[in-house]
Design a protein around this ligand. Structure first.
Ligand code: GLN
Length: 267
């Protein structure tokens, strides 16, 4: 084993065109303490199919660092469509001061935290029912220094909103929306490693929209807006649910051209 270590070092030293003396002087750049061992463990996890975001423990969303942990969905680039739209809507207001935004099913908190980071005088409330998600979301609030304008609350999106939550200008939500029967067909990196509770949207994938629309939009202010992320092929159905409730709706595409976000304005 010792010999392999030495040989590996000799190879790196040859490839980096350094003399042995230079290489040992710079050893810290290549291997420090248990670096090799840790990289080997990470490599093993990666080979077993685990997503790199869980292995690193952190992933980027809207250019911001987000801690991720087992039991919490990894932030997706698709979801930046929703965050960007919310930021745009806030900035279009006469004043953003005191504007209130609710991030329902917040997971890591990536949507609400990126909004809080972009619009410093808006007030954001992050809600999830998973304690692991709430713990990660709290870490991300600190990681991104947005404690001043973000609050984290435990609540179930499928139930009534808690009393005294107050009213909101914008509700953003990326709820679980994969139809139950499609979960076994997902990529192994998703179905074997990401939390099922963050993916499973019931028989047709729409259970959360069905629960959230009648209950949570009650706490929107007049003229307030709900922004939902949805799965491919679901936008028309989510839009119809909102129209039935008297919302004016619009769909927004993600970078791949998929109708990803449904916006509804309360009339
Ligand atoms: N976008 C995720 C996926 O396709 C699903 C996230 C969700 O259900 N909200 O894996």
């Amino acid at each position: 084993m010792e010999a392999y270590d030495l040989e590996a070092r000799l190879m790196i030293s040859a490839v980096s065109e350094k003399s042995r003396e230079q290489f040992f002087r710079d050893l810290k750049l290549y291997a420090l303490g248990d670096t090799e061992e840790r990289v080997e463990k990470m490599t093993e996890r990666r080979i077993a199919g685990e997503p790199i975001a869980y292995i690193l423990g952190e992933w980027e969303f809207m250019g911001l660092p987000m801690k991720v942990s087992e039991g919490v969905l990894i932030p997706r680039a698709d979801t930046e469509t929703l965050a960007e739209l919310a930021i745009k809507l806030l900035r279009a207001r006469k004043s953003t001061a005191g504007a209130r935004v609710l991030d329902l099913c917040c997971g890591t908190g990536c949507i609400g935290i990126s909004i809080a980071s972009a619009v410093a005088d808006a007030r954001i409330v992050l809600v999830d029912n998973s304690l692991r998600a709430l713990r990660t979301a709290r870490q991300n609030v600190i990681r991104n220094s947005v404690q001043r304008n973000v609050t984290v609350i435990e609540s179930d999106a499928l139930a009534q909103p808690p009393m005294l939550l107050g009213r909101f200008d914008i509700i953003v939500s990326n709820p679980p929306y994969i139809p139950t029967a499609e979960i076994p067909t997902l990529d192994s990196s998703v179905k074997d490693f990401e939390p099922r509770e963050a993916l499973d949207g019931g028989k047709d994938g729409l259970d959360f929209y069905r629960a959230i629309i009648p209950r949570w939009t009650e706490i929107l202010r007049e003229g307030g807006c709900v922004l939902f992320e949805c799965g491919e092929g679901q936008a028309a159905k989510v839009s119809a649910m909102l129209s039935e409730r008297g919302f004016t709706t619009a769909c927004h595409k993600d970078a791949a051209g998929v109708d990803r976000v449904v916006a509804g304005v309360k009339r």
